[in-house]
Design a protein around this ligand. Structure first.
Ligand code: AMP
Ligand code: ZN
Length: 502
């Protein structure tokens, strides 16, 4: 396997990936705030994280993927401003915060399932980890990084000299240019709440006892507490969308390292935004498209996955309905090619079976999984040509997860006349373990053809072959036309003539 290189936001460079304890890899991705459906921008980020996890596994790593579910503490502004997202949604819908959280958590995993995003190894809810957060905040406090003001406990960014390194922030500039609705309790606009006991929300639904009084945690602390609980105090990769660089991830780093005194995360990966009409897709502005709205427009969720794979995760991706149409058409062409290869492989298998006079004829009925097992080729026995395609595919992934190049390599493979159908199919299925387009689950619509008819078709094919040998083209064409009239299409391939139901 080539050397895997990832673009680390910390340092802004492409770096060789070296995990702390190979072959183990600890990966934490910020999960959804479950106050509404995920929009397709959010889902782009989760598709990127899925390609990351699948690539790491392909490269031999044993990945523990942790994802949090934010069901408390996230305000509409990431910097402690605005309203509480969960509380507002619960009020609007006349339900409890916990009901809202359960409903949208289920909706989220139904979306990710439909996009063939693998479920994280560990999914953890913020409200199940309040004690872990309290314990971590106590450590931050004991190390002298906090102050109480107006009833809330704040993190004092001036005590953490590396504050803002991830985002290349300069504290002085930030003070001067502070754009935010300043919370009068803060000594510095970038200080942030670790624990609220008093907030502007009289109606805060969920509160817990703590050493600082009854209240609830700030948003950022959950990711530090849960990632460390499941992955240790230092781990390999943390990812999310680019909007998290300046505030959420910046604050996560400050509080985590303030608590442990150790470097926390080794590689920071950030997905660029999906944009709509040159603007941001935003839940709070109400301008968001869900996966269900794509389905309502007659797209398959995998069309959207394909659409996302067509752009590099570090480039902005512009959403358009035309772009979706193109993705749908390309994915259809890909599926058709795979089905075609399946037919060819199947036909070859049938011919062998007929020759052996062992297998019973089943017309064009699809093979069961055991039958497709013949395609589970040992990669080490591949032809040089097929291996080259596979090598270039892995190179593309190794170069900071270049999915568009990897996808292009799949096409190259499928178009290569020097790769046999059986090999092409086996390699395509292998590549799809990262692309996740469910290629190996494809099956031509079951069409059953009575066995007598199969005999008739095959003797007609032989008759036609004989006619062609004697250059009796008229007869050969007539046989082809006769079969076509009965709904059977012949196709001449280098390995012989195959037939399909029209
Ligand atoms: P949230 O549920 O708001 O916490 O967001 C979930 C994930 O989606 C986070 O990693 C965000 O950074 C990411 N995200 C938000 N908006 C977009 C967008 N328009 N395009 C891509 N990712 C986004
Ligand atoms: Zn987070």
């Amino acid at each position: 396997m080539p050397v895997l290189k990832l673009f680390n936001t910390m340092g802004r460079s492409l770096q060789e990936f070296v995990p702390l304890n190979p072959p183990k890899v600890g990966f934490y991705g910020c999960g959804p705030t479950v106050y509404n459906y995920a929009h397709i921008g959010n889902l782009r980020t989760y598709i990127f994280e899925d390609v990351l996890v699948r690539t790491l596994r392909r490269f031999g790593y044993k990945v523990t993927h942790v994802m949090n579910i934010t069901d408390v503490g996230h305000l509409t502004g990431d910097d402690d401003t605005g309203e509480d997202k969960m509380v507002r949604s619960a009020e609007e819908r006349g339900q409890s915060v916990l009901q809202i959280a359960q409903f949208y958590t289920n909706a989220f995993f139904s979306d990710t399932e439909r996009l063939n995003i693998l479920r994280p190894t560990i999914v953890c809810k913020a409200t199940d980890h309040i004690q872990d957060m309290i314990d971590l905040i106590k450590r931050i406090e004991a190390n002298g990084f906090t102050y109480m003001a107006g009833g809330n406990l704040y993190f004092d960014v001036s005590k953490f000299p590396r504050y803002g390194e991830l985002a290349n922030l300069k504290l002085e500039d930030l003070k001067a240019g502070a754009r935010i609705e300043v919370d009068g309790n803060k000594r510095n606009p970038h200080d942030f709440v670790l624990w609220f006991t008093k907030s502007k929300f009289e109606n805060q639904a969920l509160t817990w006892d703590s050493p600082w009084g009854r209240g609830y945690p700030g948003w950022h602390i959950e990711c530090s507490a849960m990632s460390m609980k499941y992955l240790g105090e230092s781990f390999d990769i943390h990812a999310g969308g680019i909007d998290h660089i300046p505030v959420h991830h910046t604050n996560e780093i400050a509080q985590s390292e303030a608590a442990t005194g150790k470097p926390w995360v080794r590689y920071w990966l950030h997905a660029e935004f999906l944009v709509l009409d040159n603007g941001k897709m935003s839940k709070s502005k109400g301008t968001f498209i869900t996966l269900q709205s794509l389905i309502d427009h007659c797209f398959d969720p995998l069309d959207y996955r394909f659409f996302c794979l067509g752009g590099h995760y570090r480039s902005q991706l512009s959403f358009s309905w035309e772009g979706m149409e193109q993705a749908k058409a390309s994915r259809k062409a890909l599926d058709d090619r795979i089905l075609d290869l399946q037919d060819k492989v199947l036909h070859a298998a049938d011919q062998t079976a007929v020759a052996d006079q062992t297998a019973k004829k089943e017309g064009l009925e699809q093979p069961d999984d055991a039958h497709w097992g013949v395609l589970a080729l040992d990669i080490s026995t591949l032809s040089d040509k097929a291996r080259e395609h596979l090598g270039r595919f892995d190179d593309a992934l190794a170069e900071d997860l270049n999915a568009p190049r990897a996808l292009a390599e799949l096409w190259q493979l499928l178009k290569d006349p020097d790769v046999s159908p059986r090999e092409a199919l086996a390699v395509a299925y292998n590549m799809d373990e990262v692309l996740g387009l469910r290629l190996s689950e494809l099956k031509r619509e079951t069409v059953s053809v009575p066995p007598e008819f199969v005999v008739e078709i095959e003797s007609a094919i032989q008759e036609r072959a004989a006619a062609k040998k004697t250059k009796d083209w008229a007869k050969a064409d007539a046989i082809r036309a006769g079969l076509k009239a009965k709904g059977i299409l012949l196709e001449d391939t280098p390995t012989g003539t195959i037939w399909k139901k029209l």
